[in-house]
Write a new protein. Structure first.
Length: 81
């Protein structure tokens, strides 16, 4: 939980710049951030990074298995918390 409501929310948005349509991906992440901001503030939650995930190596970002639609990292890649 964030130590104050001022810290609640999403700190950073990251897209895979090497993949076509990264500008559209950033707009989608901005929409997600805006949509969830009230909930995050109400709960006092803080999201350090909201990052686009890709099934290819083009973007240089986080790769994901095609069998999953998302994942949560507890500070270490691949570790669920």
């Amino acid at each position: 939980m964030a130590s104050s409501l001022a810290e609640a929310g999403v700190d950073e948005l990251v897209v895979n710049a090497g993949v076509e349509g990264s500008d559209k991906a950033m707009r989608i992440l901005e929409d997600i951030k805006r949509e969830f901001a009230p909930l995050l503030r109400q709960r006092g939650w803080r999201v350090l990074m909201l990052q686009e995930m890709c099934c290819c190596a083009k973007g240089g970002g986080v790769r994901r298995s095609p069998a999953i639609s998302g994942m949560c990292h507890g500070g270490e890649r691949g570790r669920m918390t």
